[in-house]
Design a protein around this ligand. Structure first.
Ligand SMILES: NC(=O)c1ccc[n+]([C@@H]2O[C@H](COP(=O)([O-])OP(=O)(O)OC[C@H]3O[C@@H](n4cnc5c(N)ncnc54)[C@H](O)[C@@H]3O)[C@@H](O)[C@H]2O)c1
Length: 252
């Protein structure tokens, strides 16, 4: 029970890494605010948590809308009395519309920024005051190895949003460390989730796995377990850290 008595809000908790983290965190004793734009997926995550004896509150909303994010935080506090963990997991890729700067429209650039960068802005803007009231907490942001090395096939808005989250991690770590609020960022490598599904088939997976020293794609639990460490009191001296979880791709 590594998260006993803690309350976590996880954005994008309906699928992929967010769902996996919701189930793992709940299994470790946390109550979860399951926030997602997809109501069916969010309800499925909550049902998995309930089936395992855990407690979840579903809030349907869009991380790019400030009012939705604030409403989710307020609902979580009303239901569970506090928040300890802000996990800004929701993010989107769009390999058809998010391209090199020379080929991307302003509208498509802005949509990627709105979800991938403004979403974490809204979650931390409205969540940090709640953590402060509670004497501290843990903020987990999700970057990407693309922000460290770039994509071979450019997705410049996504890459820039993820890069900006590294800067935000450092800034929040310095600002709110004195309030006992830790901010850390995880950089996933290639993880087999619904986000990647439209772009993968078995042949592509084999080709990608051959480029990764561990010789497989990641799975959602690889990232959720890293997030569990940052969420738990085992990492109370980690603040402003970047954790690459990519099977060694970045090293190779
Ligand atoms: N899968 C990878 O290979 C990979 C690699 C690097 C980084 N990441 C990052 O990891 C995070 C999780 O990715 P994943 O692969 O689990 O994604 P996923 O697509 O499998 O799941 C994302 C969830 O977020 C929800 N969501 C999407 N837009 C939303 C919005 N506007 N408001 C609220 N919820 C929204 C979706 O409904 C979905 O349930 C993202 O930030 C992603 O950018 C993923």
């Amino acid at each position: 029970m590594r998260l006993k008595d803690k309350v976590a809000i996880i954005t994008g908790a309906g699928m992929g890494m967010g769902r996996e983290a919701s189930v793992i965190f709940a299994g470790e004793g946390a109550k979860i605010v399951v926030f997602d734009i997809n109501e069916t997926a969010a309800n499925e995550t909550a049902a998995l948590i309930a089936a395992d004896g855990g407690e979840a509150l579903v809030v349907v909303g869009d991380v790019s809308k400030e009012a939705d994010v604030k409403a989710a935080i307020d609902a979580g506090v009303a239901k569970f009395g506090k928040l300890d963990i802000l996990y800004a997991n929701a993010g989107v890729l769009n390999k058809k519309l998010d391209l090199s700067v020379i080929d991307t429209t302003e509208e498509n650039w802005d949509r990627m920024q709105a979800i991938n960068l403004k979403g974490p802005f809204f979650l931390t803007k409205h969540g940090i005051p709640v953590l402060k009231q509670n004497g501290g907490g843990s903020i987990i942001l999700v970057g990407s190895i693309s922000a460290l090395v770039g994509f071979t096939l450019a997705q410049d808005s996504y890459t820039c949003a993820k890069g900006a989250l590294i800067a935000l991690t450092k800034s929040l770590a310095i600002q709110f460390g004195p309030d006992n609020i830790r901010t850390n960022i995880i950089h996933p490598g290639m993880i087999d989730t619904p986000l990647q599904a439209p772009y993968l088939n078995e042949d592509k997976k084999k080709a990608i796995a051959a480029e990764i020293p561990i010789r497989r794609l990641g799975v959602a639990s690889d990232i959720a377990n890293a997030a569990l460490y940052f969420a738990s009191d085992e990492s109370t001296f980690c603040n402003g850290a970047e954790l690459v979880v990519d099977g060694g791709f970045f090293a190779g």
